[in-house]
Structures are given as C-alpha cells and as structure tokens.
Design a protein around this ligand. Sequence first.
Ligand code: 5GP
Ligand code: MN
Length: 356
Amino acid sequence: MYEIWDYIVYSQLMEKSQIQNLQAFLASPKNIVIVPHRNPDGDAMGSTLGLCKYLKNKGHTATVVAPNESPAFLHWLPGFEHVLKFDKQNKQAKRAIDASDLIFLLDFNALHRVGDDMQKTLEGYPHNFAMIDHHQQPDTIATYLYSDTSISSTCQMVYQFIEMLDDITQIDAEIATCLYTGIMTDTGSFRFRSTTSLTHRITADLIDKGAENNKIHNQVYDVNSYGRLLLLGQALTNLKALPAYKTAFITLSEEEKKKYEYQKGDTEGVVNYALSLDGIVFAAIFIEDKEQGIVKISFRSKGAFSVNQFARNHFNGGGHDNASGGRSELNIEETVAYFTSLLPTYQKELQESDEN
Ligand code: 5GP
Ligand code: MN
C-alpha cells in the first residue's frame, strides 16, 4: 500500500509542525464544531460529515453546523440527521459553537462564504480555527491551515489529513461513504482535470473500506424529480452559444423556476451542459434569485482561461481556475448584457484556451 508521504511531489501536505500541534491538541477528548460553506454541496457535506465521524470515532464530541440546508440528494449521507442548520436551528447551533474548543472550516476559504449571520458569530469566536480547503487565496483566519488548490476535493484532502494523522485505519464504511460522495461530485464523477492517479487510489481505498460506489452514484444522480428534468429542458432551450468567444451560457428566470417547482439543488450541474458543447471553453449559468435580490452565477471553463479570476474581477466571486461562482445585483437581462460586453476583452485568451 502506498503512503501519503510518497506523493509529496504531487500534492502539498500540511506543515508537519501543524499536524503535530493538532495531534497534541486532539490527544484528549475535545468538543469540536465542523462548518461547511453556505448552500453546501456534495463535497462540503461529505467532507464535514466524514471528518465528524472520524473525530467521533476518536472519542471527541463533534457536530456539523451548516449555515443552511443542502439539496435533498445529500440527505441520505451517514450522520446527516445530526447536522445543525444555523439559519433554522439558530439557538442550538450557537450553543454548539459556544461549547466548542476548535472549529474546522471545510471546503471554503473566506468567512463570508457562510453568509452574514453566521459570519458575525464566527468572527467573535475566541478559539482556534482549522481550515481544510482547495480554493484559491485562503484568508488568514485559521491557526491550522491545510490548503491545496491542486487537490480534486476537500473530501480527498480530509482523507489525506486523516492519513497525515496516521489514522487511516480509523476510516470506517460511513466515513468512506461520505468522502467518496464528495470526491465523486467535485470531480464530475472523476472526469475533471483535478482527477489524478492519487484521487483514484484514494477512491479505490474508500471502496475497499466500504463505500458502495454504485449505490452512491444512484443516490446522488438518479433521484431526479419530473420538475427537475423539465427545468433542465427549459435551461437547454435557453442555451445561447457565442462561437466567436468559445462561450455558451444559460439563463433561468424566477418565473421559469416556479413553473417547474424548483427545489434547492435542481440547477446543480446544469452549467456543464453549456460547457459540453463542441468548441466551447467558457460556460456560465445565470439564475435569478428574487428572494436574495441577486442573480447567482456559476462559471466553468476548460484549459487556461481562469474563471476564478473572471468571477473575482467582475462578479464579486471566486472559486477555482475551471469552476467558480459569483453574483450580480443587476436584473437578469442587465447581468447577461454586462457579461457579454466583457467578452471582447477576453477574446484572445478564450481563443487560445485549449478545449482538452
Ligand atoms: P458553483 O458554481 O458550483 O456554485 O461553485 C463553483 C465553485 O465556485 C465552488 O468551488 C464554489 O465554492 C465557488 N463559488 C461559487 N460561488 C461563489 C461566490 O459567490 N464566491 C466565491 N468566492 N466562490 C464561489
Ligand atoms: Mn469542494
């Protein structure tokens, strides 16, 4: 069996002194809270629940406190029933945070990613933060930081983190299931560039440890409602391609969402259809959110064109080089007009960005 330290050339590890300090801190039972980003996705829920079970196996008291609800296709994850939602179970969530000795922040790089209310609570937190994340430019709030933008998913990082703690044998079937789920969703089922041989080795080990891969795929991907598929049909009808900029985009209005009984998570992955068009290297989806008074945007790219930079520069967002998100306070038509007006500036970069 390979050792994580053998892969040091491929992926950075947490500083050994930090691991040793954490190991010393965790040598006696502690009270620990684990936090994913707002609107948690498969990687955020998988990594927090996987780490939570690991810490419980080690004798700690551990609680996942999520800023808000996650999509229904993640509710079967082991341990999900114990997750506290900061918006809906505010008192309990605050109590858990107050009682904790350490807070893990997983799958996000800046406190504002938990939303305003929870951010305020976390800003007043008197103890240490530990951050495990694969997004670019992490904030400097964490005493313990494991940050590596080259790793496929936070779930893969949690596996590597547990290995650095010399505890790989502590990974049981439930932890394996959680971590497999996040690796699967964040790699687009093992197809994005971030999927390496190490990702596959770790995934194989998770299957050996009890992750039922076929079942996990079915539980996440084959649970569409009729409305969700019709909403996808609407999204594809709205798809526009701008071949001169190797760009394609999709819009979904609040009215269209209502018509097809939109549920949280229904638009997850839809942007990838725009990116799947032959010859396209840059894709976006604009989703009207009247409740928040914004247009939520997801960006995806292939090759060197950085959507992290694009989202940071123009849409108050960020993420990874090939997958990012942002927001706009203009209405949806104005947002799209603004977006298309930016494209000529990037024409050369887009033309040169490789499809493969
Ligand atoms: P998605 O498009 O799936 O919501 O997000 C893609 C990636 O971009 C995720 O890794 C997510 O964390 C990041 N991301 C999405 N929206 C935002 C945003 O508003 N701000 C920042 N900084 N990152 C975002
Ligand atoms: Mn992630």
